[in-house]
Write a protein that binds this ligand. Structure first.
Ligand code: SAM
Ligand code: SF4
Length: 434
C-alpha cells in the first residue's frame, strides 16, 4: 500500500510542476515514505535519515520530507530529532506537500501536518501507470476500524473510509485503456468495503462491476479480514472470470486464546471452516496468510496450535513475523512479553514448515499448463522472462521482451521454493481471462 501512496505522491507533485528523478544526488527534494507496522521498518528510516544528513551537508538547498506512518506518529518530534528534516506530513495530509514545499522555500519551517480529516483528500489521486507496466494498484479504501491489539494502523491511518464505487470503476477503466492488464484493489480490510457508504454498495458488487471492464484481464485484491469474509464474496471466485484464484487471508495465530487476546474476532475452527468453504467454491484457489509469533502471552502450546492450523490449511505461502511492540496499541501494555530468542526459534520452525508446504504446492503444478501474465525480464537471467500465474506464483521461462504484457500458456517444468520454471507451449496468447 505504501508503494501506491508513493505513486500518488509522485503524481501530485508532477501536477504541481515538479519532476521525478531516481538519482538521490540530483534531487532537490527527497521524500521518505514511512511504515510503522514493525520496529524494523522504523529503524531503517532512522538510518536512512542519518545518511541524508550527509547529503544535505554537501547540498544545503536540498529539502527532506518525511511522510506516512512515522510522520503521523512522531510529528514535530521528528524535526527535533533530525534537524535535517524540513517537512513532516501525516497519513491524511499528502495533498498538502506542494504547499509545504513553497513554505519552506520562503524560509519558513512549517509545523508537522498530522491532523486527521473527515475524508482523506489524496484517496482518489490517479497515478498514471509507469511505461511498460502491465499491472497497477487501485486504492478502494483507507484506514481501519478493527483495532487488532498488536496493530498501529487504526491509530496512524485513522478510521475506515471507502471510495465511491463509480470513482473506482472509472479509475479501473482508465487504467485498462492505458494498457493495464491486471489490477490489485487495495484496502486494509477490503471485505468491509462500502459499509460506511450506506448505499448498499459492498465488495462483491464492486468486483462484479470491475469484472465487466474491458479490456482488463485480471483482478486481485488485498487484504481480507477472515471475520468479514462472506459467502457472497467467496462465490465470486467461482463466478467472475477475471478474479484470480488467490486470496491473502491473514490468520495471525492458530491458538484461540491468542486470537482472542489479539481481538481478531474469529477462532481457529471458524477460520478453517471459511477455508473449506472457499475451496468448495473454487477448488484451485491459492491461500496465503500472515502469522505473528511471540505475541504477548504466547506459550509453547499456543505456538503448537499455530503449527497445527498450518497443517490443517496447508497455506500456499505465508508472511511470518516476530511480534514487535508498538506503542499506543493494546498489546503493548499486556503482560507476558515473549523472549526475543524464543520468538526467533519459533519463527524458524514455522518458516521451515511453510517452505515444505509451498514446495509441495509448487510441485503439484509440475507438468501442468498455466496462464501467466508476462511482467518483464526475470531478476536472475537476462534471457528469461517472468510472470505470475492466476494463483500468484512467480514463473520464469525463456522468452524475449516482445512477450511483455501478454497472457501466455506455459508448461511448468520445475518447482522451486519461491518460483516455478516453465517452457513455452505452442499455443499463442490466451484470448480471454478465466
Ligand atoms: N489488515 C491486514 C489484516 O487484518 O490482516 C493486515 C495489515 S498489517 C499492515 C500486515 C501484517 O503485519 C499483519 O497481518 C500482521 O501479521 C503484521 N503485523 C502488524 N502489526 C504487527 C506487530 N506489532 N508485530 C508483528 N507483526 C505485525
Ligand atoms: Fe491492523 Fe489489519 Fe487488524 Fe486493521 S484489520 S487493525 S489493519 S491487522
Amino acid at each position: 500500500m505504501n508503494v501506491h501512496d508513493s505513486e500518488q505522491m509522485a503524481e501530485l507533485l508532477k501536477q504541481a510542476g515538479h519532476e521525478e528523478t531516481t538519482q538521490e544526488k540530483k534531487a532537490d527534494l527527497l521524500i521518505v515514505n514511512t511504515c510503522s507496522i514493525r520496529r524494523k521498518a522504523e529503524q531503517k528510516v532512522m538510518s536512512l535519515l542519518g545518511r541524508y544528513r550527509g547529503l544535505k551537508e554537501t547540498k544545503p538547498s536540498l529539502l527532506i520530507a518525511v511522510c506516512g506512518c512515522m510522520a503521523q506518529k512522531y510529528g514535530d518530534e521528528l524535526k527535533e530529532q533530525f534537524p535535517q528534516v524540513d517537512i513532516v506530513v501525516g497519513t491524511h495530509n499528502i495533498d498538502r506537500i506542494p504547499g509545504m514545499i513553497e513554505r519552506v522555500r520562503r524560509e519558513e519551517r512549517p509545523p508537522a501536518e498530522t491532523d486527521f480529516r473527515e475524508s482523506v483528500p489524496s484517496i482518489g489521486i490517479i497515478a498514471p501507470p509507469r511505461r511498460g507496466a502491465v499491472s497497477a494498484f487501485v486504492t478502494i479504501m483507507q484506514g481501519c476500524n478493527n483495532f487488532c491489539a498488536f496493530c498501529v494502523v487504526p491509530h496512524l491511518r485513522g478510521r475506515e473510509e471507502s471510495r465511491p464505487m463509480k470513482e473506482i470503476v472509472r479509475e479501473v477503466e482508465y487504467l485498462a485503456e492505458q494498457g493495464i492488464k491486471e489490477i490489485t484493489l487495495l484496502g486494509q480490510n477490503v471485505n468491509s468495503y462500502g459499509g460506511m457508504l450506506k448505499n448498499g454498495d459492498n465488495f462483491p458488487r464492486l468486483l462484479r462491476e470491475i469484472d465487466a471492464v474491458e479490456p482488463l484481464k485480471r483482478i486481485r485484491f488485498t487484504t481480507s479480514h477472515p471475520k468479514d469474509l462472506s459467502s457472497e464474496l467467496m462465490a465470486c471466485f467461482g463466478s467472475l472470470n477475471k478474479l484470480c484464484e488467490h486470496i491473502h487471508l491473514p490468520v495471525q495465530s492458530g491458538s484461540n486464546r491468542i486470537l482472542e487476546r489479539m481481538n481478531r474476532r474469529y477462532n481457529a475452527s471458524e477460520y478453517i471452516e471459511k477455508v473449506e468453504e472457499l475451496r468448495k467454491f473454487c477448488p484451485s484457489i491459492a491461500i496465503t496468510t500472515d502469522i505473528i509469533v511471540g505475541f504477548p502471552g504466547e506459550e509453547e502450546e499456543d505456538f503448537r496450535d499455530t503449527l497445527k492450523l498450518m497443517e490443517a490449511v496447508k497455506f500456499d505461502g505465508a508472511f511470518s513475523f516476530k511480534y514487535s511492540i508498538r506503542e499506543g496499541t493494546r498489546a503493548a501494555a499486556f503482560e507476558g512479553h515473549v523472549d526475543e530468542g524464543v520468538k526467533g526459534i519459533r519463527l524458524m520452525e514455522l518458516q521451515a514448515l511453510q517452505e515444505r508446504h509451498t514446495l509441495d504446492w509448487n510441485r503439484s503444478l509440475e507438468g501442468r499448463t498455466e496462464e501467466v501474465l508476462v511482467e518483464g525480464f526475470s531478476r536472475n537471467s537476462g534471457k528469461d522472462m517472468t510472470g505470475r500465474t492466476r494463483s500468484n506464483r512467480i514463473v520464469n521461462f525463456p522468452g524475449s521482451s516482445a512477450l511483455i504484457g501478454k497472457m501466455l500458456p506455459v508448461k511448468i517444468t520445475e518447482a522451486h521454493a519461491h518460483s516455478l520454471r516453465a517452457e513455452r507451449t505452442d499455443e499463442e496468447e490466451v484470448p480471454h481471462a478465466g
